[in-house]
Design a binder for this molecule. Structure first.
Ligand code: ZN
Ligand code: ZN
Length: 349
């Protein structure tokens, strides 16, 4: 049997992740086999490895949902793709195709959705099996080690440009300068947010510097400065939009407090912690509290365009490129905030 090397999350315990030799998947009807070109490490991969995640995981499972590659084998009934095509893949590996959400194109919210890397084998491997409906062709001018970043870009686009409305000149605050927070800040900058404030802790220093490169007009070290005061310095009534991209629950309280009456809070980061929260500001100030989860077809087409045009400055967030064998180093570098984003190159010698 043909085998390949994969990063496998094998048990629901902290650090139960290792490299394994496993069988190369067969392709069924409507599926293709991709030779993985690049797969970026997501905060969620690191959370799974440390057992600090908020979603059910089917172990054993191959990690990795931010990936692109070359079509290598084609299953029966696949149309529109040929061997050798360069593609990125969406993450909804399994959907029902029948429910209201699937039928209205919002299959990212299908109750039966299973994603790569936790529900279905992902792409931290030499090969990955993907339903052809997940694929988007990418231009030759877009290298794999950048194209794999489509997924986090799609998360940020969905939260700032689909689930939120930003008008030029809006005061926007982003809490949490991790990869998603930084990309949310970039989407806000592209949408005309000004002022654009990004806040983090002292250990986020280099990330806040990156936030300024990506268009933040002001960054705040929460351990040195009072964010409320900074925001009120720009607008006495508060921010038009606050994006909570921290991987925690507690900052939602600050997000609600910082938002102006009739403004919006968008929550994109999550954690397993349940908190008690005063909901009165939500009612009293007529706020909109919106969650944002995943993304769908039009968002992917849009971010492929943005990435190909260089409009999101993806190089600013990639701090490490490594072979699959160095997956642990790539995870640790993100976990310890030494890099914002690591990219694994499973088939590069
Ligand atoms: Zn991700
Ligand atoms: Zn469905």
């Amino acid at each position: 049997m043909e085998t390949h090397t994969a990063v496998v999350h094998y048990a629901l315990e902290p650090l139960a992740v290792e490299l394994r030799e496993i069988p190369v998947p067969d392709v069924g009807e409507g599926e293709v086999l991709l030779e993985v070109g690049a797969v970026s490490v997501c905060g969620s991969d690191v959370h799974q490895a440390h057992k600090t995640h908020s979603w059910p995981v089917n172990v054993p499972v191959v990690l990795g949902h931010e990936f692109c590659g070359t079509v290598a084998r084609i299953g029966r009934g696949v149309r529109g793709f040929r061997e050798g095509d360069r593609v990125v893949s969406e993450t909804a590996a399994e959907i029902c195709g029948e429910c209201l959400l699937c039928r209205t194109g919002r299959y990212n919210l299908c109750p039966s959705r299973k994603g790569f890397g936790y529900g279905i084998d992902g792409a931290m491997a030499q090969w990955v099996r993907v339903p052809a409906r997940c694929l988007h062709r990418i231009p030759d001018s877009l290298p794999f080690d950048i194209a794999c970043l489509c997924e986090p870009h799609a998360v940020a686009y969905q939260s700032m440009c689909v689930n939120s409305v930003i008008h030029p000149g809006d005061l926007v605050v982003v809490l949490g300068p991790g990869p998603i927070g930084l990309l949310c800040a970039r989407m806000a900058a592209l949408s005309g947010a000004d002022p654009l404030i990004v806040a983090g802790v002292t250990a986020d220093g280099p990330r806040l510097e990156t936030a300024r490169r990506l268009g933040a007009t002001r960054t705040v070290d929460l351990q040195q400065e009072d964010l409320d005061e900074v925001v009120r310095g720009y607008s006495a009534i508060g921010a038009d939009l606050v994006c909570d991209a921290t991987g925690a629950s507690r900052p939602l309280e600050a997000a609600l407090r910082l938002t102006r009456p009739d403004g919006q809070v968008i929550k994109v980061g999550w954690s397993p912690d349940a908190i008690a929260l005063d909901m009165n500001p939500l009612v009293q100030r007529n706020l909109r509290l919106q969650g944002s989860f995943s993304h769908n077809y039009p968002v992917w087409e849009r971010v492929i365009h943005l990435l190909n045009r260089g409009l999101t400055m993806p190089e600013a967030i990639v701090g490490m490129r490594a072979p699959l064998q160095n997956w642990r180093e790539a995870f640790d570098a993100m976990h310890d905030r030494r890099v914002i984003k690591s990219v694994l190159l499973p088939n590069k010698q």
